[in-house]
Ligand binder design. Structure first.
Ligand code: GDP
Ligand code: IMO
Ligand code: MG
Length: 427
């Protein structure tokens, strides 16, 4: 049985926690998209791990970890993660594979991300400045791309980098009056990346298919969330990859029909980091309550996350385009203490019903939310181990969300730790 876990909102839904839980019963965990813009948190045995490139299954010492071709790898971040996990007694030595076709994020990508964002001023996307957009642009552009395989041929890479850096310097200087970058400095870093990473670089597509044929269970870990998907999200306030489950096939060479279970992760409310429309946003004391109680500050950049009510229109859309069969709802505990809870169950524009979440931001900016209001619950639920331990209002909230999104909720998060989870279905 192969499983894919993806976010159904604007990222940070709690994918890291869900992947860590499922990794216990899977042999291989695969990241197939995004890069170090992702920040996936795992809390296990009282320890907290924030992972950016390493699959969240890394925390389980038995799981094989694959970084597939669709990921844009920042080697510096990856080496940092390998080292910091090793320092905590978690070795990746014999259980990490990195696709030779994965593109690499180098210094000039991060510089370009920052220069572009600064130049956009108030119109900026609000990126994580991890060089993601510039690296995916180079991937599509082809001529100036560096892939993991290039670390196995340093002479050719040196020549390539000279051309790339020369080209980038001309652009950065002309457009932004920026200081030139030095190809030899970047090349020296690449020599270290090559030394440290070449033993992991291989054909991950072959590895995955060989293991699927051998009957292994594979868990695919999405990054970001469906509403940040380049094609189906709130463009241009999106990331530069297919962050819904649609990125799976291109991102690792395993087709949709080889995956039996698609789990969509949501929060019991909605959050968003960066710019862009957010219909159910709570720019008030309730939003602040959720931010404080849920510790809603970015795992990657530390920025405060914008908070709002659960948006069933958005989640229904994300589930439809992603072929989702079931929902894992995290952070139910964060809603404790609120007098009433609201679910956005529909949109109208000028009084007319909107059928489907519009990813076009001009349309989305015009929608008005229709809310269903439910009673809140006062009791903390962080110790709840089963549905029976939940207050009736919390159970009613879950039922209302299931009805609004027309999908079953199979996992419920009641706190950040592995064991703060209620299972309605076998893992
Ligand atoms: P990801 O990017 O989807 O993996 O999510 P992040 O790790 O960026 O953000 C989710 C945050 O919520 C992390 O700090 C998690 O430890 C935390 N978290 C996950 N599930 C729950 C939950 O059910 N309740 C609470 N209170 N925190 C949770
Ligand atoms: P995880 O995997 C939340 C957002 C950024 C910005 C937009 C573009 O942890 O859920 P980028 O750096 O990708 O060019 O930024 O996308 N973004 C995320 N928001 N969680 C993430 O990842 C994100 N990855 C990118 O905040 O709005
Ligand atoms: Mg995150």
């Amino acid at each position: 049985m192969n499983t894919c876990v993806v976010g159904l909102q604007w990222g940070d839904e709690g994918k890291g926690k869900v992947v860590d839980i499922l990794a216990e019963k899977n042999d291989i965990v695969v990241r197939y998209g995004g890069g170090a813009n992702a920040g996936h948190t795992v809390v296990a045995g009282g320890e907290k791990f924030a992972l950016h490139l390493m699959p969240s299954g890394a925390v389980r010492k038995e799981a094989m970890c694959v970084i597939a071709n669709g990921v844009v790898v920042d080697p510096e971040v990856l080496i940092g993660e390998i080292d910091s996990l090793a320092a905590r007694g978690i070795s990746l030595d014999d259980r990490l594979l990195i696709s030779e076709s994965a593109h690499t994020v180098l210094d000039y990508h991060k510089v370009e991300d920052r220069l572009r964002e600064d130049a956009l001023g108030k119109n900026k996307i609000g990126t994580t400045v991890r060089g993601i957009g510039p690296c995916y642009s180079d991937k599509v552009g082809r001529s100036f791309a560096v892939r993991m395989a290039d670390f196995n041929n340093l002479d050719a890479l040196k020549e390539k980098l000279e051309k790339i850096v020369d080209y980038k310097n001309k652009i950065f200087s002309a457009l932004y009056n920026a200081e030139p970058m030095k190809a030899d400095v970047i090349f020296e870093k690449c020599k270290v990346y090559s030394q440290r990473l070449s033993k992991y670089i291989c054909n991950t597509t072959e590895y995955l298919h060989t293991n699927i044929e051998a009957g292994k269970d594979i868990l695919f870990e999405g990054a970001q969330g469906a509403l940040l998907d380049l094609d189906h999200g709130t463009f241009p306030f999106v990331t530069s990859s297919n962050a819904s489950s649609l990125g799976l096939g291109p991102g690792c060479g395993v087709p949709f029909n080889m995956v039996q279970r698609f789990i969509g992760v949501v929060k019991a409310y909605t959050t968003r980091v960066g710019s862009g429309p957010f219909p159910s946003e709570l720019d008030n004391e309730i939003g602040q309550y959720i931010r404080d109680k849920g510790h809603e500050y970015g795992t990657t950049t530390g920025r405060p996350r914008r908070c709002g009510w659960f948006d069933a229109m958005a989640v229904k859309y994300a589930a439809k385009i992603g072929g989702i069969n079931e929902i894992a709802m995290m952070h139910l505990d964060t809603l404790a203490g609120l007098d009433e809870l609201k679910i956005c169950t529909g949109y109208t524009i000028d009084g007319k019903e909107v059928k489907m979440f519009p990813s076009n931001i001009d349309t989305l900016a015009k929608v008005k939310c229709k809310f269903e209001t439910l009673a809140g619950f006062k009791e903390e639920i962080t110790d709840a181990q089963s549905l029976d331990d939940l207050p009736p209002q919390a159970k009613e909230y879950l039922r209302a969300v299931e009805e609004a999104v027309s999908l079953p909720i199979t996992f419920i998060g009641t706190g950040p730790a592995r064991n703060q989870t209620i299972f309605k279905k076998q893992v």
